[in-house]
Every structure is written in structure tokens, then in C-alpha cells.
Design a protein around this ligand. Structure first.
Ligand SMILES: *[C@@H]1O[C@H](CO)[C@@H](O)[C@H](O)[C@H]1NC(C)=O
Ligand SMILES: *[C@@H]1O[C@H](CO)[C@@H](O)[C@H](O)[C@H]1NC(C)=O
Ligand SMILES: *[C@@H]1O[C@H](CO)[C@@H](O)[C@H](O)[C@H]1NC(C)=O
Length: 472
């Protein structure tokens, strides 16, 4: 979905232990500075300048990527005399986190991989079916409530949940992952930050669910791309500066590094996504005239390669709506004007599978109740599924319908048709927008699309899951 709104946030008490990180010598104030904030200053294979501009320190994000950051922002910095060697001496320890990401996973073993158009796990086909749920970590639910949510999700036959791994804020309040104070961005690794994501991951793991986690949002819900551009570049930036401005790209990589490295050895995470629904235009900002599908394809290749450089374990996808780029097509979601070229993006070697939605645009038929296409939803949706399945086959990579949603009382019959199209087309799998649970304190957010266990669609999902699992 394009928009998803939070309920009032509840703060989880801070109980998590924080792990140690290492701070080495700094380069603050070096007069030789040539590398600016967020730019690369070292790492294996890097041959450029290694001295940061005055006021910034070269900080080790991983063996392959050192970056100039404000002092104290990163966890380990490079000694001024040797930027190519990562020292292990400790001059000071700072605090960050720990929890579910370390050894001895109880129920999740093996990473999900791909083979042709299928997902695989431990040598067998992995059936991708389930729900979106943006709310478990972001809205401050207790671990007991999150456990109930995952139990309900498992009851629908799900193997997989897609959730949101971002929450950009400019003032520290409630749950937040990434705090901006002008150009100073800090990842919140505490219990009301990535610690809340840890609780979600632990619960998913305990229920045998794998996670797809998106790392930023096109939309302004929970911050999103425009927070990066407005904080780093000032107000009035075109939305697509997120994809092209080197300072913004570097800052996004810094955030990615923090999240991805936290879960790099965690098999409960199935895949990372570059963004929820990237497009040229933003919620409150417009696209520059220069933005076209090449912009987002180029950005997707760069960001996905960066994730692969720091995480060899997990799959990577874009998280886009799957628009086609066929200039002249009468249907605007096929015209390329939104900045996404599904077929071109599927060719990126560091993109492991394709995604398509469902998006909140007035005439986009996968959400026809919002967009005035309810007369057409069954046929349009089936065509949309078949068109993506054709590219799945030609590119020989998995493709999933990772969001779809209707609000009408007859949605179960439409979903039944779409499910049979998923099966007949051979599409790899699908995730509904979105899961719902009713806790002792009340229901999870209802945006009109939520499927609570009492909904007729819940039973339909169960039989669809069984059919997908039975498929060869
Ligand atoms: C950056 O922001 C964090 C969190 O607000 C703060 O602790 C830190 O001192 C700031 N760093 C600089 C260099 O301003
Ligand atoms: C996008 O614009 C760039 C620069 O104007 C151009 O080189 C490129 O071919 C365009 N891409 C498409 C798909 O039209
Ligand atoms: C849809 O739900 C209604 C009850 O609300 C039920 O009568 C009908 O059989 C369901 N149809 C499908 C295809 O599940």
C-alpha cells in the first residue's frame, strides 16, 4: 500500500543489552582532507582518497566500505596512518545492541535462496505465501502481542511476512529507527529502535516465518526518502534527489549498513528490499524533469550491489510496484512515466527476484476500490499477474505479487480468481496487504484491507497456501 498510518505509539521499556563496538583513532581536523561527509574513504578494493574533510572521521562500516562521518556517529574508525588496515585495538567502547541476531537459531536454519523461478530452502522448494504487516515493530506492541500476531499469520498458511525496517524521525519520540538532527543522522539501536525490530524477528523465528524487510519508503509514512533529502540538502528538493545525490545515497548506505549488518547471519530474514514502492515522485515532493526509469534502475543496481557487498546471505529485491515501461501503452501503469521499468530491473544481477503491487493510485486496478476500477478488478488483476509471470519466465527469476488488497465485501471472490491466476501462471508466490489480529487491548490497525482471523478471506488464504505448497 502506498500509505499506512500508525496508531498512537506505545514506548517499550528499555531492557536490551547493548553490545560493544570499537572506536579507533580519528582523523578529525586533518588538514589533508578531500573526502566529504558520507563519501567513501577506504575499504578493500577502494583506491580513492582516504582523508576525510575537517570535522569528519573515516569510519569502518565493513571491510569493503569506510565512510566519512561525524565523530561518534559510527562505531569504529580508521587510524590516520593506515586506512587500509582495520585495527582491532580498542581505545574506547561505545554501546549499541544485540539480541536475536547471534548464534543458535531455534527454528530458522538455512537461508532462503533462488533456483530459476523458485525459492529454495535447505534443498527443497520454499513456498512463498503470506502477508504484509508493517505494524508489529513500529507501533510498540508487546512481545506477547507480536507472538499472537505471528500465530494468527501462521494460521492463514503463511510462510513469509513483509514488514518495514525504517522509521525516519526528526525528533526522538516513541519508536524510531533513524533520528535526524540536520545532517547528523543517528541509528537508534535501543529497545525503542532496532531493538523493536529484534523482537519482531525473534517472534517470526519462533513461529517459523521468514521476513522480507524494506529499508526505506517512497511515501512519507514513517519518514521515508524525503526526510533524507530535506535534512541533507534542504527543503524543496525533487523527490528523486534520493536516487541521484551522492550525499543522500551515501547516507542511505550508512543506514542500510546498520540494519543489514545487524541481521547478516540471521536466517529468519529472507530478503532485503531497497524501498517500499520507489517512484520518481514523492508524497510531498515532485520529480525533477530528469527522472525517468533509468534513474531508478541505476539506483537499484547500485544499492543492491552495496547490500550484496556486505551481506552474502540474504536475497535482495527492489520492493517496487512492478510498473512496465512501454511508451504508448494506453494504461498509465504500463507507460513508464512513474519511473519504474519492471523488465529492465529484473535484469539487474544483484536483484534476486521481482515484485509487483498494488499501489494507491486512483486508476490502478489492484486496489480498485480506492481507484474506481472495481468493475474491472478481476480481469485487470489477472492480466497484471500474467504479464509479470511472463517476465518471471523470460528472466528465470522468482516474481511475487507482494501486495494486493481490496476493501469490498466481495473481495473473497476476486481474490479467489487472482489466486487461481497465480497458480495457472506459475507465479512464484504472493503476500496479501495485510495481516490483522485482535489483541486483548483491541485490534491491530484496520486500513480497510486488514484480514483478521474471522474474515472469510482468512480461510481462503489457507486453501490457497495449501495449493501453492502442493504445486511442484
Ligand atoms: C548527533 O546526534 C546524536 C543523537 O541526537 C547526538 O548524541 C550526537 O552528539 C550528535 N553528534 C554530533 C556530532 O552532533
Ligand atoms: C533517461 O534520461 C537519460 C538522460 O536524459 C537518458 O540518457 C536515458 O536514455 C533516459 N532513459 C529512458 C529509459 O528513457
Ligand atoms: C465469500 O464469503 C462469503 C461469506 O461472507 C461466502 O458466502 C462465500 O462463499 C465466499 N466466497 C469465496 C469464493 O470464498
Amino acid at each position: 500500500m502506498g500509505t499506512f498510518r500508525p496508531s498512537p505509539v506505545v514506548i517499550i521499556p528499555s531492557t536490551h543489552m547493548l553490545p560493544k563496538a570499537v572506536l579507533l583513532a580519528s582523523l578529525v581536523g586533518s588538514g589533508l582532507a578531500t573526502v566529504g561527509q558520507f563519501e567513501q574513504c577506504g575499504g578493500i578494493g577502494y583506491t580513492g582518497d582516504t582523508v576525510c574533510a575537517t570535522g569528519f572521521v573515516c569510519t569502518i562500516l565493513n571491510d569493503f566500505f569506510f565512510q566519512c562521518l561525524l565523530p561518534g556517529v559510527g562505531t569504529s574508525t580508521v587510524s590516520s596512518s593506515s586506512t587500509s588496515t582495520v585495527s582491532s585495538s580498542t581505545s574506547k567502547s561505545t554501546t549499541t545492541t544485540s539480541s536475536t541476531t547471534t548464534s543458535s537459531p531455534p527454528s530458522a536454519t538455512g537461508f532462503v535462496t533462488t533456483s530459476g523461478t523458485k525459492f529454495m530452502l535447505n534443498g527443497a522448494k520454499y513456498t512463498l505465501f503470506g502477508s504484509n504487516a508493517y505494524w508489529p515493530a513500529l507501533l510498540g506492541y508487546s512481545s506477547t502481542e507480536i507472538d499472537q500476531a505471528f500465530a494468527d499469520i501462521v494460521g492463514s498458511g503463511a510462510t513469509t511476512v513483509r514488514t518495514m525496517g525504517f522509521n525516519e524521525v526528526t525528533s526522538a519520540n516513541g519508536i524510531y529507527f533513524h533520528l535526524w538532527n540536520g545532517k547528523n543522522a543517528t541509528v537508534n539501536t535501543g529497545a525503542n529502535g532496532l531493538g523493536a525490530l529484534d523482537v519482531l524477528v525473534a517472534s517470526a523465528k519462533a513461529h517459523g516465518i521468514r521476513l522480507i524487510i524494506a529499508l526505506t519508503n517512497n511515501w512519507s509514512d514513517f519518514g521515508g526518502m524525503d526526510v533524507y533529502t530535506s535534512q541533507l540538502l534542504g527543503s524543496g528538493q525533487p523527490h528523486d534527489a534520493f536516487y541521484t545525490n551522492p550525499t543522500v545515497i551515501a547516507a542511505y548506505k550508512t543506514y542500510i549498513q546498520a540494519v543489514v549488518s545487524r541481521y547478516v547471519n540471521e536466517p529468519t530474514v529472507m530478503a532485503w528490499e531497497l524501498a517500499n514502492e520507489p517512484r520518481c515522485a514523492g508524497t510531498n515532493t515532485i520529480a525533477s524533469a530528469a527522472c525517468n526509469t533509468t534513474t531508478i534502475t541505476t539506483w537499484s543496481a547500485d544499492i543492491s550491489a552495496f547490500i550484496k557487498s556486505i551481506d552474502k546471505n540474504h536475497l535482495v529485491a527492489i520492493g517496487d510496484e512492478g510498473f512496465f515501461n512501454q511508451p504508448g501503452n494506453p494504461d498509465f501503469v504500463y507507460q513508464g512515466t512513474l519511473g519504474v521499468d519492471f523488465a529492465a530491473n529484473m535484469k539487474i544481477s544483484t536483484i534476486d527476484f521481482g515484485t509487483f503491487h498494488a499501489s494507491s493510485f486512483p486508476s490502478f486496478a489492484m486496489y480498485p476500490d480506492s481507484w474506481g476500477e472495481s468493475a474491472n478488478d478481476v480481469a485487470w488483476g489477472s492480466q497484471w499477474i500474467n504479464d509479470h509471470a511472463a517476465i518471471m519466465t523470460s528472466q528465470n527469476k522468482p516474481v511475487i505479487m507482494e501486495e494486493y488488497g481490496l476493501t469490498s465485501s466481495t473481495r473473497n471472490t476476486t481474490y479467489a480468481t487472482w489466486y487461481s491466476t497465480v497458480l495457472s501462471s506459475g507465479l512464484t508466490g504472493d503476500l496479501i496487504w495485510q495481516a490483522g489480529s485482535v489483541f486483548a487491548n483491541g485490534p491491530t490497525p484496520s486500513d480497510g484491507y486488514s484480514i483478521y482471523p474471522t474474515d472469510p478471506v482468512y480461510a481462503l488464504m489457507k486453501s490457497h497456501a495449501a495449493a501453492l505448497k502442493a504445486r511442484g
